[in-house]
Design a binder for this molecule. Sequence first.
Ligand SMILES: *[C@@H]1O[C@H](CO)[C@@H](O)[C@H](O)[C@H]1NC(C)=O
Ligand SMILES: *[C@@H]1O[C@H](CO)[C@@H](O)[C@H](O)[C@H]1NC(C)=O
Ligand SMILES: *[C@@H]1O[C@H](CO)[C@@H](O)[C@H](O)[C@H]1NC(C)=O
Ligand SMILES: *[C@@H]1O[C@H](CO)[C@@H](O)[C@H](O)[C@H]1NC(C)=O
Ligand SMILES: *[C@@H]1O[C@H](CO)[C@@H](O)[C@H](O)[C@H]1NC(C)=O
Ligand SMILES: *[C@@H]1O[C@H](CO)[C@@H](O)[C@H](O)[C@H]1NC(C)=O
Ligand SMILES: *[C@@H]1O[C@H](CO)[C@@H](O)[C@H](O)[C@H]1NC(C)=O
Length: 364
Amino acid sequence: MKLHFSLLLLLLLSCSAILCSAALSDPYDPDGNITIRWDILLWTPDGYVATVNITNYQKYRTVQAPGWKLGWTWAHRQVVWASMGARFLNHSDCSRFKGSIPLTCAKQPVAVDLMTDAPYNVQVAGCCKGGLLASRFERTERSTAAFQITVGLDGTTNRTVSMPRNFTLQVPRGGYTCGPTKTVRPTRFITPDGRRVTQALVTWEVVCKYSSYMAQTTPSCCVSLSSSDHKRNVACPPYACGCTKRPCHNDHKCPLVVNWHREAKGGVRVSMTNSNINLNYSDWTLLVNHPSLNHLNYVSHAKYKRLSPNGVVFWGLKDDNQVIRTNSTISWGVGLGGCNGDRWCSPRAIYFNGDQCVIPPRPK
Ligand SMILES: *[C@@H]1O[C@H](CO)[C@@H](O)[C@H](O)[C@H]1NC(C)=O
Ligand SMILES: *[C@@H]1O[C@H](CO)[C@@H](O)[C@H](O)[C@H]1NC(C)=O
Ligand SMILES: *[C@@H]1O[C@H](CO)[C@@H](O)[C@H](O)[C@H]1NC(C)=O
Ligand SMILES: *[C@@H]1O[C@H](CO)[C@@H](O)[C@H](O)[C@H]1NC(C)=O
Ligand SMILES: *[C@@H]1O[C@H](CO)[C@@H](O)[C@H](O)[C@H]1NC(C)=O
Ligand SMILES: *[C@@H]1O[C@H](CO)[C@@H](O)[C@H](O)[C@H]1NC(C)=O
Ligand SMILES: *[C@@H]1O[C@H](CO)[C@@H](O)[C@H](O)[C@H]1NC(C)=O
């Protein structure tokens, strides 16, 4: 992490602004981000009630279990009186209060999502997904989350209220940096029956961007190659996902393995095996970069969208292979338009849920 941070600094110092942003932005999804929107709905005697909306606008990167943690820094000594659809990790010291005690008095509160089985009286619309965020492409309704908070000891008009700052978005494998809080045009809400439009009193927005330089560097998946005639079988590289237990065995240690199985005539069967104990991957995405993907003959048991000439993101079908459960394998097929005489016909890069998988070197 430290090493990568200095690498990032070096990169920032050693090239022009335009080149740098090109080097750091994701070529498959340059505008991809997770946006936090904070809508003040009503004023209270000592503050306001707001809904906080977290939306994953990324095309192939998801947030998996145990989910997001959203932190911020209050400008003054604001408190949270109540929340619905989220809970706070940092309660901090509320001993200066007598009588009604706030939910949290932390200067830097951290909110986390509730699980799907949360009691109805603490839920709000869009909450309680266990912190998971699907990609916007794959399942729009699961790419977004919301919770509601009642804030106290703050201003009670749009002139006196002060915005929370320095947002942090923690996810299991890290990588997000949030920009400044900005005042934007108040959000307009349309009632479910489409008849009425209401408007937030004040809306603030924060954009968080992913950078692999800021993320955990130990890979979490690897790729094995195989073919119907068994002539092109290559296992995941040993230690691909590190060595967690000494002595190291000649094992890849990856919780997820993608098998790229070449059948006759450019047909490929992709299988994904989850050996995480206690983690089901729901709403997975697999981004594949392959020189022959510019011509796709068919895709079976999966949906897809093209992100670049050779880059295609795939995802599973509902009630079929949308979830990869513990100790299970799902698979789907793709027909490539030939391999241009490449005997291995293997992919150049594969990203599972946005994390780059280790691909074995081709044997000589
Ligand atoms: C964040 O994503 C939204 C939706 O795709 C996009 O309109 C916006 O420009 C993005 N913002 C940044 C700073 O990339
Ligand atoms: C809790 O809040 C305190 C004070 O605001 C801060 O110093 C501390 O780092 C926070 N702890 C966590 C786990 O966020
Ligand atoms: C969050 O805002 C986006 C954009 O307006 C909207 O599509 C989404 O439904 C909202 N999410 C929730 C959970 O309300
Ligand atoms: C504050 O709210 C009032 C009344 O809703 C509105 O007229 C005014 O433009 C708002 N001011 C700011 C700075 O948003
Ligand atoms: C928020 O971040 C800014 C710039 O990164 C820093 O100057 C400021 O001290 C931070 N504020 C708080 C309250 O942590
Ligand atoms: C994974 O899915 C199975 C089958 O639906 C379920 O029984 C199990 O509780 C799930 N595990 C986790 C960790 O969510
Ligand atoms: C998964 O497989 C491992 C090894 O085969 C076994 O020890 C473990 O109990 C299995 N877990 C589940 C949830 O089936």
